[in-house]
Ligand binder design. Structure first.
Ligand code: MSP
Length: 541
């Protein structure tokens, strides 16, 4: 049995409902998972929610609810968005699940029993929105680095330093607790990272991790919080006064699920790709491998890749509550795209096509409508519509038989382009480059539209002696549509299914081999109805 491709997304904080940033990681992970399923490979996609910690406790208090009742409510907004966006995950983990809580306690107890933890007092800074500790040394080393792309400033008007990641004022904190050694593992991690050039992708993030490792790491990472300060967390089994630090609890989900909650005969571990955003590279690239190393995971069993994608700005602004520009995907789908029969796929297409995965990008309604009206409406939708309408009009709704002789010289370039498409998409998807995969698909679509223009089936239809040629042109156009439908599936699953069914095929594409060039000669009726896939939306203003 081949090894299951184990993929993870971050666990999202449930202090508020999901936004475009959360949807981005899940759409990307889902498209990757679907591509591998299409290749016939076993895949396990894990997503979920991060439900403990000070930030959630504060949000619950502000909503006047108990933390558990609060998270039970907000988690529904994530589950419902994943349904809307057609995210096909295999397991949804909540960090408040009793099984996860027990597993975290067992792993912590293991570290304690193995004398891997140190008890001490921490004095430093804490960022509650990011739930992250910063030492004075790290703040000095991080000056000027700003993953979220806002202006680096080092101090708030209050005089407190600003978080190097989110630029909000840090709180001074002094608390006693349990610590994991970081510096002691620095040399090991440096060598590991050096020896595994794809441990972090894209390359810019890999270099960022390498440069973080050039500076001395803090001696320790505090992995507990005093109950007196934060009570909403997993109780530490060997200390009644502490709960587990929320990042320690959340990162462990990647191992509690395969090892404790989902045991399968074909063990899922290690993860093939951890999909994350670039702001949480430090947690995944430094703390996580060191935690695993301390837990005795050998180098050969470390996660294969962490892919840290870029950030969406809103227009030219950073997205933030205070600017009031948070993009709610459900509102985009139910508002701007309300008349689209495949609104979720339009949204998915936009996210995956607009920027190369790994880069930052800018979201605007105008940008999404431009992709909808041009790539999807004018190009893909038009190709589907004109081909199927001509089959109705000129061929009685039946795809013409394949010509007994080989391909005409005018057909060859398009046929070659279609034959080369699966390999082009495979290369792009292997490099986790969705925009390149979609670009290759859309290039074939544009090619097919040009082919139809040049072959002008409407003229051939007027010449009785050109009947055979008309059939060949429309047959080739439908072959393009069939291959395109298969290749689009990972990014646009509903559109893929709709195209498949409009072509008169049953169900939906299930295997990459469904994209193989058809050698069958027989003719086949298309669906009676083939409604427009992407109705045009007028851009106002
Ligand atoms: N709970 C932690 C992750 C724990 S993983 C064991 C967390 N949660 S989060 O809800 O704040 O963020 C989750 C993800 O959303 C991060 O990967 C982050 O990069 C991503 N995004 C948040 N805002 C974003 C944009 N504006 N653009 C793209 N992604 C962004 O961090």
């Amino acid at each position: 049995m081949p090894k299951t491709i184990y993929l993870t997304t971050p666990l999202y904080y449930v202090n508020a409902s999901p936004h475009i940033g959360h949807s981005y990681t899940n759409v990307a992970a889902d498209a990757f998972a679907r591509y591998h399923r299409l290749k016939g490979e076993p895949v396990f996609l894990l997503t979920g929610t991060d439900e403990h910690g000070q930030k959630i406790a504060q949000a619950a208090a502000a909503a006047g609810q108990e933390p558990q009742a609060f998270v039970d409510r907000v988690v529904g907004t994530f589950e419902s968005l994943w349904k809307t966006l057609d995210i096909r995950y295999d397991r949804f983990i909540r960090t408040t699940e009793p099984g996860h809580v027990r597993a975290v306690q067992a792993l912590l107890q293991q570290l304690y029993d193995d004398k891997k933890l140190t008890q001490a007092a921490y004095q430093g800074w804490y960022c509650t929105p990011d739930e992250t500790f910063w030492t004075a040394g790290e703040l000095a080393g991080a000056a000027g680095s700003d993953p979220k792309g806002s202006d680096p400033a080092s101090h708030a008007p209050s005089g407190f330093p600003l978080c190097p990641v989110c630029q909000r004022p840090l709180e001074s904190t002094k608390e006693e607790g349990w610590y994991l050694r970081l510096r002691a593992h620095q040399d090991w991690l440096k060598q590991f990272v050096q020896a595994h050039p794809v441990f972090v992708r894209p390359e810019s993030r890999y270099n960022e991790l390498k440069s973080l490792l050039e500076q001395p790491l803090p001696e320790y990472l505090c992995i507990t919080r005093p109950k007196s300060r934060v009570s909403w967390g997993i109780p530490v089994p060997f200390s009644a006064d502490h709960v587990v630090y929320v990042w320690f609890d959340a990162l462990l989900n990647y191992i509690t699920v395969p090892r404790y909650l989902e045991r399968q005969p074909n063990d899922l571990w290690p993860p093939a790709v951890h999909f994350i955003g670039k702001d949480i590279l430090r947690h995944h690239g430094l703390y996580w491998p060191i935690m695993l190393h301390e837990l005795g995971i050998p180098d050969a069993q470390m996660p294969t890749m962490i892919f840290a994608h870029g950030w969406w700005r809103i227009g030219e602004q950073k997205m933030s509550k205070s600017l009031g520009n948070i993009v709610d995907p459900a509102a985009v789908i139910g508002g701007l795209l309300k008349d689209q029969p495949y609104a979720a796929d339009v949204y998915r297409y936009f996210l995956l096509r607009e920027i190369s995965f790994g880069q930052d990008g800018s979201f605007s309604e105008a940008a999404i409508l431009k992709r909808l009206n041009t790539d999807l409406g004018n190009d893909l939708g038009n190709l589907v519509n004109r081909t199927l309408s001509m089959i109705d009009r000129y061929c009685g709704g039946v795809i013409p038989e394949r010509a007994p002789v080989g391909c005409a010289v005018e057909d060859e370039p398009l046929q070659q382009a279609v034959l080369g498409l699966p390999a082009a998409v495979d290369a792009a998807m292997t490099a986790i480059d969705y925009s390149r995969a979609l670009e290759a698909i859309m290039a074939v679509v544009a090619h097919a539209n040009r082919y139809i223009e040049s072959q002008a089936p409407w003229k051939l239809a007027k010449q009785p002696e050109a009947r055979g040629r008309l059939g060949a042109v429309l047959r080739l156009s439908t072959e393009v549509l069939r291959v395109v439908a298969v290749m689009l599936l990972p990014c646009m699953p509903s559109v893929s299914r709709a195209m498949w069914q409009q072509l008169g095929l049953l169900g939906e594409p299930v295997r990459l081999s469904d994209a193989q060039w058809s050698t069958r000669a027989e003719s086949r009726p298309i669906a009676k109805e083939h409604p427009v896939l992407f109705p045009r939306v007028e851009v106002v203003g």
